[in-house]
Design a protein around this ligand. Structure first.
Ligand code: SAH
Ligand code: SF4
Ligand code: F3S
Length: 440
């Protein structure tokens, strides 16, 4: 009988790919993927450290995993990913885990597993300058076989002062473009219709070898040229690095989706400086205007942090005003969470009281809901190409899928299925969803 491995994945899309890489590595060792922890020989949490509440959730899950161990002491419980990297042997010291593996050590999990005993847990948190898992074909875990994530680089060389990622993921390195293209071609040949190229800062993707010099727009151009019916997405862009060449490349290919995720973090220059984002509000808005000029209809989404160190009411108002000025289509919005070891934790007091952070966050959320609604209202009456993802969650009688600009659409199907492209005319909307009908 095959042994089984179960992974719960938290954090960003990169962790989704990393879990798929671990499944692939373990499959070679005879471990089959299971979606129930009850029959798993190995139970892993692939973790995130980006905010404290992300880590608190994992501590909670660890208690649930421990219950499994009571009835099946031979089961291996492990923490992998960013929290493993951040806390290292502190996780072992809790006595609650058998395995701790950082993001660059997944190839060593099989060997660690062989050596683990109840007295001797396994740990590897070495970061690498080269590891990109380029040769590993991930075991896809998406539900519908339509959309696949492809990791094009790892790590991050920016030192945004609030951010733990450079410490948990190590230095930035790009993956050989040949292996990226091969992976994209492979998923397309297996029926996938959409690939999303992933990196913490895709704009700094750069591969240089004797015969090749490939930047992100070159890579995007090559992936988009595989087939016009393969949609191409990517994330995340950095406002300081997003180039005209990229915007032009997007304009040159119909199948590169018109959506850019461009985290702003704050609308105040004083905060941006303190966050070490290396752009100003004016720079950011110039990039937004350029995108809207070359790619009218392009979705622009963002991330923002409320209540960063020393943020005043005036700084907060600047964030609200840049939201209005940029008219974001969607935003991921967070309260600042101090991460030990970061520049901000070492140099600036976390001095905005929690109730003020929460109030400011709620004001941003309220504004963004309004902006999302206005953005969706502008689409009513228009017709979009939508890639069907499957039945709508709310109403299984209807289908759902996304526009190129990354908006969720719900509409009655006409015998269509996941993976089909349909033209949908939008009749109405909420702040979260476009509602429409298929037109031929
Ligand atoms: N590489 C991407 C995003 C990485 S983390 C970028 O450069 O934007 C995703 C988001 O989490 C960030 O954009 C930021 O908004 C948020 N984030 C990161 N560290 C945080 C912290 N300490 N507290 C609150 N939010 C944080
Ligand atoms: Fe973190 Fe900044 Fe790197 Fe994004 S670019 S992962 S926010 S350090
Ligand atoms: Fe979290 Fe690590 Fe991603 S900290 S956001 S899982 S890179």
């Amino acid at each position: 009988m095959d042994k089984k491995i179960y992974i719960e994945t938290y954090g960003c899309q990169m962790n989704v790919v990393d879990s798929e890489v671990i499944f692939s590595i373990m499959r070679k060792e005879g471990y089959e993927r299971t979606t129930s922890m009850d029959d798993a020989d190995i139970i892993l949490a692939n973790t995130c450290s980006v905010r404290d509440n992300a880590e608190q959730r994992i501590w909670g899950r660890l208690e649930v995993f421990r219950k499994q161990k009571e009835s099946r002491p031979e089961a291996i419980i492990g923490i992998v990913g960013c929290m493993a990297e951040r806390l290292k042997d502190k996780l072992i010291e809790t006595g609650k885990v058998d395995l701790v593996a950082g993001p660059d050590s997944y190839r060593t999990i099989p060997d660690m597993i062989k050596e683990i005993t109840p007295e001797k847990p396994g740990i590897n948190v070495l970061l690498s300058r080269e590891e990109t898992y380029a040769d590993i074909v991930p075991v896809r875990t998406d539900k519908n076989g339509v959309s696949a994530f492809i990791s094009i680089m790892r790590g991050c060389n920016n030192v945004c002062s609030y951010c733990v990622v450079p410490y948990t993921r190590g230095a930035e390195r790009s993956r050989d473009p040949e292996t990226i293209l091969a992976e994209a071609k492979d998923v397309f040949s297996r029926g996938y219709k959409e690939v999303t190229l992933l990196g913490q800062n895709v704009d700094s993707y750069h591969w240089k070898s004797e015969d090749k010099d490939v930047d992100f727009p070159d890579l995007l151009d090559a992936v988009a040229s595989i087939d016009p019916s393969l949609r191409v997405r990517f994330a995340t862009n950095h406002p300081k690095d997003i180039s005209d060449k990229l915007i032009m490349t997007m304009a040159a290919h119909k199948n590169i989706c018109d959506h850019i995720h461009l985290p702003v973090q704050s609308g105040s220059d004083r905060m941006l400086e303190k966050m070490r984002r290396r752009y100003t509000r004016e720079w950011y808005m110039e990039r937004v205007r350029k995108i809207r000029e070359i790619l009218p209809g392009c979705g622009i989404t963002t991330d923002v942090i409320a209540g960063f160190c020393s943020e005043t009411e005036e700084d907060h108002q600047a964030t609200l005003s840049i939201f209005k000025e940029a008219a974001f289509d969607y935003a991921y919005m967070f309260c600042y969470s101090e991460r030990p070891g970061t520049l901000a934790a070492r140099h600036y007091p976390d001095d905005v009281p929690q109730d003020v952070k929460t109030r400011r966050l709620n004001e941003i959320i309220e504004l963004q809901n309004q902006l999302s609604l206005e953005s969706n209202l502008r689409d009513v009456g228009k017709t979009f190409e939508v890639l069907v993802e499957g039945p709508s969650k709310r109403n299984p009688e209807e289908l759902c899928g996304r526009t190129g600009s990354d908006k969720m659409c719900v509409f009655p199907g006409l015998g269509h299925k996941a993976g089909d492209y349909v033209q949908v005319k939008i009749g109405s909307c909420t702040s979260a969803t476009l509602l429409g009908q298929i037109v031929e």
